[in-house]
Design a protein around this ligand. Structure first.
Ligand code: GUN
Length: 281
C-alpha cells in the first residue's frame, strides 16, 4: 500500500484564505499587520526563504519590510536596528533569518527582540511560556506540522511520537507540542544508536536532522505517519528531505513530500503569528 501524501501547499492555501479574512477585519480597525525581516549576508537558501516569506505576506495583505545587511555588519548595528524595530508601531513581527554569520552572537540577537514581536517564538521568554503551556507564539515549523496533523485528522493523544532532531527551531519545540497534545514522545538525534529500534515503535515520526535518507521504509511501522522537515541540496542540484521518500512511501500511512510538505506550512505559520501579534495590539 502506498502512503497518502500530505499536501502542505493545499493546507497552506486553505489556512491562508482564512487569514485573509482576519487581515480584512484588522483593516476595518485601520490596522495592517507588519513584518520586518532581517537578512545578513548572501546565503543562497536564506535568500530564497526570505523571498518566499515576503511574497506570502504580500498575497494576504501583510506589510513586509526586508533589511538586507552585508555579511560583515557589526553585531552592534544589528542590535540597534532591532531596538528601532521593537519601537516601530508599524511592525508587529520581527524575524532575523538564521543562520547568522559567525561573528554574531545568535543568543544576543534573539534576546533583544521584543517578546511581543517575536513571531519566530525563539526568545527565551516565549520558549519558557511554551514549555509551561502558555505559548504566545509557537515556533513556525513545528506549529505547521501540528496543523498538518490536525487537517488530516491524525490522532496524537495516546500515540507514540518519535522526533529525530534536537534543534531549538524544530526538534525540541516539536517534541513539546506533541507532548502537550498527549503523545508519548521519544526524542532521538543523529547520534542515537540503533535509531530504527525507536522509529519502529512510532505512530508518528518527525525527522529534522538535515541529512538525506536518515529514515527508510524498513525503519517504520506499517501505517505510521512520517513528517519530513529536512531540505537538503543533493550533489545533482535537486532537493531532498531527510526521509528516503520512495521506500517510506511503501510502508507509511501518511507522508509529507519535499518540497511541498512542511515548507509551505512554516511560512503559513509565520503569517499566523504576525496576524496574531497585530490582533493583540
Ligand atoms: N532558518 C531556518 N528556519 C528558520 C526559521 O524558522 N526562522 C528563522 N528566523 N530562520 C530560520
Amino acid at each position: 500500500m502506498s502512503a497518502k501524501i500530505v499536501d502542505g501547499k493545499l493546507v497552506s492555501q486553505v489556512l491562508r484564505e482564512k487569514m485573509k479574512l482576519r487581515v480584512e477585519e484588522l483593516a476595518k480597525r485601520d490596522i495592517q499587520p507588519g513584518l520586518a525581516v532581517i537578512l545578513l549576508g548572501d546565503d543562497a537558501a536564506s535568500q530564497v526563504y526570505v523571498r518566499n516569506k515576503v511574497a506570502a505576506c504580500q498575497a494576504i495583505g501583510v506589510q513586509s519590510r526586508v533589511y538586507r545587511l552585508a555579511a560583515n555588519t557589526s553585531e552592534q548595528k544589528v542590535l540597534e536596528a532591532l531596538k528601532l524595530l521593537n519601537n516601530d508601531s508599524e511592525i508587529n513581527g520581527i524575524l532575523v533569518q538564521l543562520p547568522l554569520p559567525k561573528h554574531i552572537d545568535e543568543d544576543k540577537i534573539l534576546e533583544i527582540i521584543s517578546p511581543q514581536k517575536d513571531v519566530d517564538g525563539f526568545h527565551k521568554i516565549n520558549v519558557g511560556a511554551m514549555v509551561t503551556g502558555h505559548a504566545r507564539f509557537y515556533p513556525c515549523t513545528p506549529h505547521g506540522v501540528m496543523k498538518l496533523l490536525e487537517y488530516y485528522g491524525i490522532a496524537i493523544e495516546g500515540r507514540h511520537a518519535v522526533v529525530v532532531g534536537r534543534s531549538n527551531i524544530v526538534g525540541k519545540p516539536m517534541a513539546l507540542m506533541l507532548l502537550e497534545k498527549g503523545a508519548t514522545v521519544s526524542i532521538c538525534n543523529s547520534k542515537t544508536p540503533d535509531l530504527a529500534s525507536f522509529t519502529r515503535q512510532a505512530d508518528i515520526v518527525v525527522v529534522a536532522v538535515g541529512k538525506p535518507k536518515v529514515l527508510s521504509g524498513d525503519m517504520i511501522k506499517p501505517g505510521a505517519t512520517v513528517i519530513d522537515v529536512g531540505i537538503n541540496r543533493l550533489p545533482d542540484g535537486s532537493l531532498a528531505g531527510d526521509v528516503d521518500f520512495e521506500s517510506v512511501r511503501e510502508v507509511a500511512g501518511f507522508l509529507t513530500p519535499v518540497p511541498g510538505g512542511v515548507g509551505p506550512m512554516t511560512i503559513t505559520m509565520l503569517l499566523e503569528n504576525t496576524i496574531r501579534s497585530s490582533e493583540m495590539v
